[in-house]
Design a protein around this ligand. Sequence first.
Ligand SMILES: NC(=O)c1ccc[n+]([C@@H]2O[C@H](COP(=O)([O-])OP(=O)(O)OC[C@H]3O[C@@H](n4cnc5c(N)ncnc54)[C@H](O)[C@@H]3O)[C@@H](O)[C@H]2O)c1
Length: 549
Amino acid sequence: MGRTVKASRGNKLRCRGWKQEAILRMLENNLENAEIPEELIIYGGTGKAARNWESYDKIVETLKNLDDDETIIIQSGKPVAVFKTWKNSPRVLIANSNLVPHWSTWETFHELEKLGLIMYGQMTAGSWCYIGTQGIIQGTYETFAACAKKHFKNSLKGKIVLTGGLGGMGGAQPLAVKMNHGVCIAIECDEKRIDRRIKSGFCDEKIKDIYEALNIAKSAKKEGKPYSIGVLGNCADIHPQLVQEGFKPDVVTDQTSAHDELNGYVPAGYYGDSLEEAFKLRKKDPKKYIQKSMESMKNHCNAMLDFQKNGAIVFDYGNNLRGQAKKAGLENSFDYPGFVIAYVRPMLCVGRGPFRWLALSGNPDDILKTDKIVMEMFPENKTLCNWIKLAEKHLPWEGLPARVCWLGYGERDKFALAINKMVRDKKIGPIAITRDHLDSGSVASPYRETEGMLDGSDAIADWPLLNALLNCAAGADSVHIHNGGGVGIGLSTHAGMVVVCDGTEETDERIKRVFKTDPGMGVIRHADAGYKESINVIKKTDLNNPMIK
Ligand SMILES: NC(=O)c1ccc[n+]([C@@H]2O[C@H](COP(=O)([O-])OP(=O)(O)OC[C@H]3O[C@@H](n4cnc5c(N)ncnc54)[C@H](O)[C@@H]3O)[C@@H](O)[C@H]2O)c1
């Protein structure tokens, strides 16, 4: 049974406090922004917010009745308990998709999912922190900016970026390329997804014929005009074809849902009207579907290697396409780097990451007022000020008004306190602060965030687990541990968090602790791996690592 869910707005509480109300609105907001709301699928292949509608209803009911000193426990999208805890404890604790390491594979996951025992939480889907495509856009913008800085004298002007996937996260690519002044061709097999990105302002035009798209892209390149095109097609068909015909894009990456060979990636030959046949095959003969999917990913990745050989800058965009291609027999699939190792790690080393906040009132003015404050507080941070101006100019509002802005250690607590004060002074309504699981200290993912760590500690998952434990101890309002986000089951461990700014002094105390512990663990993790910039942060700040003097 499907239905439409919209996040509640305004200042009327349905719960016993703003902490619970905020978390309920965030859950509703996930569904308001979902890719397939009727199936509770929010984004990232099959990343879900609740196990089923029965669980969803019980979560809502329980949040409405939850006292200020109680905690609701969610096991893979199902509410399983309410315990009396402390007023300063988290109100919500969530564990999604976690399997004992030896059994942590898609095969086991699918068996257990069929039995109704587990749910795939992706990153922010299962922790109710998704804010739509805008949530990833600054990361995508900064990644393309870093790519431009490294390879193209600071701008993508006159450059063509070829990519795939216009889903919940991938849909940010066309706008992020445009904001870097480049031209984006994004291949997407599902016409509805292209239409959705055009409607919400993330993509300029839909074209069904790749050659027509190439002509438009080439003339935009010549004119130096920023532009984006969503092309209806399948990457596993189009990429090899373009290599053969000698097309030379400047940058190639990909955000199809390659992390999931059954319910994410769509094999060659299926797109547009024939997509239904692929969906039928998924159900009727999953083995055959997986076989086709793996073979297609091998060819897709191989074409990306060929583009690289022909001079393009190629990077993996965190969907494990390289890992899948290797599993399918493409030995050199890792010959191009992941985006974290290529562009993002220096930011993570200093605790910089995707800090996000939502206006629970539903009023966009609340966000615009906080935009102003963040720019006033950190005028020396040019990247940040530039980003806020770009965001105000280019980003649509999606669901509850929200903003993403990468902040580092020493910045997050200051800004969060300023937000809480604005709420206390009644300048704005209550705000929920959260972040992506893709952050400085909250994830272990050897094919992505922790690829190629200096000391070889890529696969050590103690760090995100410590991050979650510490955020509980410090007083976050909601804390989450997940397996498999971004790259697929068994390949990552990661944690999420929320702090609700209700304007109280008690929340000031939570903020002072959590926004130190959360990015602080990121600095500590990278310092422990030997990154000099992280060690410097420890030496220059109040961070205390007994092993570093
Ligand atoms: N880069 C990041 O920061 C980040 C963050 C989270 C997740 N991810 C990963 O990125 C991928 C995309 O995430 P999403 O939320 O956009 O997923 P999504 O499932 O919402 O969208 C994926 C899109 O890829 C399309 N697709 C699948 N196979 C295709 C093919 N062969 N050719 C063309 N289109 C195809 C689908 O139709 C869908 O629209 C996932 O693997 C996800 O795990 C990346």
